[in-house]
Structure formats: C-alpha cells, structure tokens
Write a protein of this length. Structure first.
Length: 397
C-alpha cells in the first residue's frame, strides 16, 4: 500500500490559536480537559512481543515517512550522517543539486558496512574491505583491480536507495527501498499547512543527540504525548511551570496538535483577557506526527523528539532530541550569547530526560515483561495517546 492509498481524513477548519488557548484557560478554571470519546484497553504484549514489533517495523516504518534529521545537519553538498532505522542501516547525504538522498549503508560487493562515521563530509564513499567506492549519488564509481574481477553491470550494483524527501525543514525517509514517499500526502492538508507556516526550513538544529534505551518505542512516544503525569513524575521541574492534565486538542486523524498551558497564564483566571491579547507566550503547543515524532513549539524555538524501534529487540529503542532554533544572524544575538542560551536550554532538557523520564520509562518496560501483567487502560483524558494507538492499529491491522 502506498501513502496515497491511505484514507485521507476530512479536512477541518483550524481553530485560531488564541481560541484554543482560551479553551485551555477554561479547563483550568473548571478542573477539566479535552476528552477522547471513550476509555480503551491495551495489553503488555504490545510492548514485548517480537511478532508485533516485526509488524510495526514493516507496516509502519517500512510504509510511511518519518523524520530522520533537520536539513541544517547536512547543510552542504556531500555532507552526510548515518543512522540505524528499524529495518536498515542508512546513509543520508546532501546531493550536489541541494537535494537529499538516503542509501542502505552496505557495500554491494560483500556487504561490509560502507560508512562507519556518524557524520561527516566526503566526495565518495569507500569500503574499507576491498576499497570499492561509490559517488554520493549512490552510483558505483570504482571496482579495485577490475581487470581481474570479471564483468558486471555496474548500473545494477550502486547503493540501494530509500525514498527520501526534505519538507518543512526536516528530512523524511520511508524505510523500504520498494516504497514511495509523499510527505504532504502523509501529513494531510491540515498538518502540512500548519508545519509549512512555521518556517522551520529557515531554522537550524542547534543541538541534537540520540539515546539508546531499554524501552519499547511506544512507551517512549506515549510519555511525550501525556499531560497527565507532569505533577507526579516532574514535581520539581516541569510541574512548576506547566499545568497537569489540561489540554486543548485538535485531532487531524493521523496527526494531532494540542495546547498545554503554562502556569504564567494563571493571572487570567480571575479576569478574561482582552480579545486582542496575545496569549501564545503562556503555552506550549505540541504536535504529534504519526508514527513517531513529537514537535513542541515554544515561544522562541522548537523541540523535536523522535522514537525509533530497535531492529530486532521489542524492549529497546532509539530516542533522538533536537533543539531547532533561529540562526545566529536571525536571532539578533552574538554567537557567544546564542550558544550560551541554547546550551542552558539543552542542559535543562537533558537533566529532566535522564533524571526523571528515562528511569520511569525503564521501569514501565520492566513491568511489561511480567507474564500476568493483565489488561491496562488509557483514559479519556489521555486524548493524544488515544489518537496515537488508534492510528497505529490502522497501520498494523
């Protein structure tokens, strides 16, 4: 099934941002939140079963686009990075014409890993085993001692290309060489328009890091869609700044967007803000991009979190976090101040992640391995988690 075959959701008009913020403000007043249409159950095997994990790798990541990096991480022709996707090890490389291509990171001679650096810049990829080399467009450039090797059709032994597209500042890949890619069609008109309005192609990834964790990718993704746990899991950090269990949600079908109010908005609890009052600085706006990304829109930057399953082990995943910000020039800051500000932000994010989120999520995964775990449940208040699991089932059924 191609992306175009996936049923498109009926388009809905976007609610103005201030209206959504005012809805969240009413929720604070009423001790309420937007709610899903029902409570739904799930089982532990969804996070530990190897067959379910295999089906997700093939039917989800092998079929639909997911983000692998921001374009600023490979800004110039011949810049590349390597990463482990759920089905393939890949090289993502900027082409001479400015486009981006992705290839399976494997020499077509004897299958050796072609590029071992995490990132870099080169004019060609050269295999360390027998020194076969490839142009950055994937074509086979040289066979060493070809006078003794024998005749082959070189056009059939270039690097295996994966469907890749750069859109809205990010590089998206479908992890199957036989698939197709159309990011706009996958996002749908609503989310494509929303992301297009942010100008993220003019921003840069100021900080990026990946973490390999003994946690199923869905447990990880769920945690970063959940406003229900803040007061309990983050009492001395996020809970001091963000309201718990308060969301104003827009459901776009495969994707979603929601407002989470900051506690600075509380000054309006006793009085209604003026109709033209800009309330955006009082909230965090989060976007869930199926299958595996959470994009947080902060007042002056974006944070992107992505979660990819391990290629064989359902109890492991790779989380990547990126800080996407205005360039030094566009920020109006000097480079020293620019670096100082984003270093501070980055250290705060890392501390919460490693000291609070990861330990809880590791324990969740450990709990899921119990033979008699029993049925579990998502509440109506866990609205975006419900969307995630609803849409994932559509892809894997």
């Amino acid at each position: 099934m191609t992306i175009q075959d996936v049923e498109q959701q009926e388009r809905r008009p976007h609610a103005p941002r201030n209206d959504r913020i005012r809805r969240a403000l009413d929720h604070i007043r009423n001790d309420s939140t937007d709610e899903f249409d029902g409570v739904n159950g799930f089982t532990a095997e969804e996070f530990v079963d190897p067959e379910i994990a295999r089906r997700e790798r093939d039917a989800v990541f092998g079929r639909v686009p997911s983000i692998v990096c921001h374009g600023s991480e490979i800004p110039k022709p011949n810049d590349f990075l390597t990463l482990q996707m759920p089905r393939n090890k890949i090289i993502v490389v900027r082409q001479k014409d400015g486009s981006v291509k992705s290839f399976v990171n494997l020499c077509r001679h004897r299958g050796a890993l072609l590029e071992e650096q995490e990132k870099g810049r080169c004019r060609l990829f050269s295999c360390g085993y027998h020194r076969w080399s490839y142009d950055t467009d994937g074509s086979l450039r040289a066979i060493t001692r070809d006078n003794t090797f024998g005749e082959i059709d070189r056009s059939q032994f270039g690097l295996i290309e994966l469907p890749t597209e750069e859109r809205h500042g990010f590089v998206w890949v479908v992890d199957d060489a036989d698939a197709e890619i159309d990011v706009a069609a996958w996002l749908g008109p609503d989310m494509d328009e929303i992301l297009g309005g942010y100008g993220m192609d003019t921003l840069v990834s100021a900080r990026a890091e990946g973490f390999d964790e003994p946690v199923n990718w869905k447990i990880m993704q769920d945690a970063f869609l959940d406003g229900y746990h803040i007061q309990y899991a983050h009492p001395n950090t996020a809970a001091k700044h963000i309201h718990t269990n308060v969301m104003a949600v827009e459901d776009f079908g495969r994707h979603a967007r929601f407002i989470a109010p900051r506690k600075t908005i509380d000054k309006f609890l006793e009085e209604t803000p003026a109709p033209d009052e800009d309330l955006s600085k009082y909230v965090t706006e989060t976007h869930f991009l199926l299958p595996n990304s959470t994009l947080l829109r902060q007042p002056d930057h974006f944070e992107l979190l992505t979660f990819r399953p391990h290629p064989t082990d359902p109890g492991r995943c790779r989380m990547e976090m990126r800080l996407v910000v205005p360039t030094v020039e566009d920020s109006g800051m000097g480079s020293e101040r620019w670096n100082r500000i984003w270093d501070k932000n980055w250290k705060i994010l890392l501390a919460v992640l490693h000291q609070e989120d990861f330990p809880l999520l590791r324990s969740s995964q450990a709990g899921m391995t119990s033979a008699n775990a029993g049925g579990m449940v998502l509440g109506r208040n866990e609205y975006v988690n419900q969307i995630f699991h609803r849409e994932l089932k559509k892809l894997t059924s």
